[in-house]
Design a protein around this ligand. Structure first.
Ligand SMILES: [Zn+2]
Length: 464
């Protein structure tokens, strides 16, 4: 399952992958599973073989499934006493997104709360060099002859699905040995990149362990790591300056420090991209780009980005530290609090850098594209996916800009930081309203906002 969002910049078409950040709400589910074991990857044949102990599985009774990428064949699922278990899903299986679903059985019924499972499996994936695929997205296990990428969304490791809460538990603490045939560098999200052909990776914090391995170099700056980028020193310095500036702007205004080092990955997509098209996704704190050379974004002579529209593009991904990590949205306004907020922040950062004219132009251009858009009011959203790609990336920022128009920039940041500091709350419409009022928005102001913006079918023309 994936979505794309297209928008026209001055001279290029760009696609931003919809990211599948965790849906860990924090409420009632504090325990994250632990993944321990090894993965062997052959860069020449595309074969991946795994031997994993999945422990600390949250107690979901019988309401769980194990999901693995459809390209894998299971050798065995064993319990903590090393007994081979029967499981359903091996015949006429059911898919959930990229993976097939399995449930271990005990006496022909779903095994209750298995706590720990030992899962071994293998599979091989195409290596795309001359003939490319019709699509690339975050959910594919992608070998391109030089590098291999497998994000959490691909389900390259066993992922627990919480049936009752319709929730994938992608974040795990881990201790993994990665053995490769033919990889110079290995990176597992959550740890630092290491030299191949084999290395061990560990994270005590639960995180989505994306793999990026292959024949590439690592570049470092104070605030970030760059994998497979091949930038010169000047390009690195300028790129770093832009990130530092964005982080400083966000942390100053939101009053929440931004200490995490970002990891930037550049890789070739396994789908043919027309010139000028690029794609990015986040597996926090990693930001991956395809179809673009980061160094090419830089105007070395003038020490800036060549194209000012790249600034919000990067600032959006950087902004997911706040909306996606500090606050992990859930519930009906999941997409609004994940994407509309990050996009709004990116416009604010760009406005700070390029002046008011930037935001005016941004909203004017988006406004034209949204001319015929009909919004369902946020207070009537019952299912998170009612907020479409266009809604979350394009229309949502108009709503936030509308609130800013009513309460001013300073109080707008107060509202955003109040929301970020909320802990273990469902991010639904009440959350929106409650945190707005808590941050100092008056009832009168909220009512005006609700009437003019939220309840309007299309409030785009109200944003000046
Ligand atoms: Zn985003």
């Amino acid at each position: 399952m994936f979505g794309v969002f297209l928008y026209q910049t001055q001279n290029k078409m760009r696609t931003i992958a919809l990211l599948f950040l965790l849906l860990v709400s924090g409420t009632a589910f504090s325990q994250a599973p632990n993944l321990n074991g090894k993965v062997e990857i052959d860069m020449k044949t595309g074969q991946i073989t795994c031997d994993f102990m999945l422990s600390k599985i949250p107690n979901l009774g019988k309401d769980y499934q194990i999901i693995l990428n459809k390209g894998f064949n299971i050798k065995a699922i064993k319990d903590s006493n090393n007994n081979t278990l029967k499981y359903s899903g091996y015949y006429a299986g059911t898919m959930r997104g990229e993976g097939l679903t399995y449930t271990p059985l005990f006496k022909d019924s779903i095994m209750v709360n298995p706590k720990q499972l030992h899962i071994t499996y293998t599979g091989a994936f195409p290596i795309y060099t001359d003939t490319l695929n019709f699509v690339d997205f975050k959910g594919l296990i992608a070998f391109n002859g030089k590098t291999m990428r497998a994000a959490d969304q691909s389900k390259w490791y066993p992922i627990i699905y919480d049936v009752k809460n319709d929730r994938l538990i992608e974040q795990v603490s881990f201790n993994i040995e990665v053995k490769t045939h033919g990889a110079k560098t290995i990176f597992v999200n959550g740890d630092l990149p290491k030299s191949g052909p084999s290395a061990t990776f560990k994270s005590d914090l639960a995180i989505a362990p994306m793999l990026f391995i292959g024949d590439y170099e690592v570049q470092k700056t104070n605030g970030a790591l760059f994998l497979n980028t091949n930038m010169n020193n000047k390009q690195l310095t300028i790129f770093e300056q832009n990130i530092v500036e964005m982080k400083a702007y966000y942390s100053k205004n939101l009053k929440i420090p931004y200490d995490t080092k970002n990891v930037f990955i550049e890789h070739e997509p396994i789908e043919k991209f027309n010139k000028g098209r690029s794609w990015g996704f986040v597996a926090f704190p990693t930001i991956a780009f395809a179809g673009i050379k980061l160094g090419d974004m830089i105007d070395e002579q003038n020490s800036k980005l060549k194209d000012s529209t790249d600034y919000p593009f990067i600032a959006h991904e950087i902004g997911h530290y706040y909306f996606g990590n500090v606050l992990q949205p859930n519930s009906t306004l999941f997409w609004f609090f994940l994407e509309s907020t990050a996009e709004y922040l990116s416009v604010k950062a760009s406005e700070e850098k390029y002046g008011k004219a930037f935001a005016i132009k941004y909203f004017a251009e988006r406004g034209k594209q949204l001319k015929n858009f009909k919004a369902k009011s946020l207070n009537a959203i019952k299912d998170m996916n009612e907020i479409s790609g266009t809604y979350r990336y394009s229309y949502g920022p108009f709503l936030l800009r509308g609130l800013e128009q009513i309460i001013g920039e300073k109080r707008m940041f107060k509202f955003l930081s109040t929301s970020l500091n909320a802990k273990n709350e469902a991010t639904d419409y009440n959350f929106f309203k409650r945190n707005a009022l808590k941050s100092g928005v008056t009832n009168k102001e909220w009512d005006t906002f609700e009437k003019d913006f939220i309840l309007a079918e299309n409030a785009v023309s109200l944003v000046k």
